[in-house]
Ligand binder design. Structure first.
Ligand SMILES: [Zn+2]
Length: 117
């Protein structure tokens, strides 16, 4: 059975907020280093809004929204318990949460040889 969409997500306010979020973020996923193609973008509430409330809440503001690609949105999607998957941590495969590659041999991680003294 198809999951019923929450009533808030069909309101004009949400449509406007979602559009503002995508525009602000340049129609790109906001996870550092993410290069996922952008056909499937979501305006995600950073702090989750209460469920089944169709009227605006304090969580429905642009500052509480971020653009995520489909894979990143799904990686932190709330489960039926209301908790986010991966404890809400977003990362690109092979990178830490800031987007830095985990590979110690990546050029960003190479340390310069100590200066001769
Ligand atoms: Zn992404």
């Amino acid at each position: 059975m198809a999951k019923q969409r929450e009533p808030f997500y069909v309101t004009p306010l949400w449509r406007t907020l979602r559009q503002q979020c995508l525009t602000r973020d340049g129609y790109r996923c906001t996870v550092p280093g993410c290069r996922t193609p952008t056909q499937e973008l979501t305006a995600d509430h950073i702090q989750r809004r209460p469920r089944d409330i169709s009227t605006p809440t304090a969580f429905d503001v642009l500052a509480n929204l971020r653009t995520l690609c489909g894979p990143h949105d799904r990686s932190v999607k709330e489960t039926s318990t209301g908790r986010r998957r991966n404890d809400g941590r977003l990362a690109v495969a092979g990178c830490d949460a800031s987007g830095r590659p985990l590979d110690p041999n990546h050029p960003w991680n190479r340390r310069r040889a100590p200066a001769a003294s």
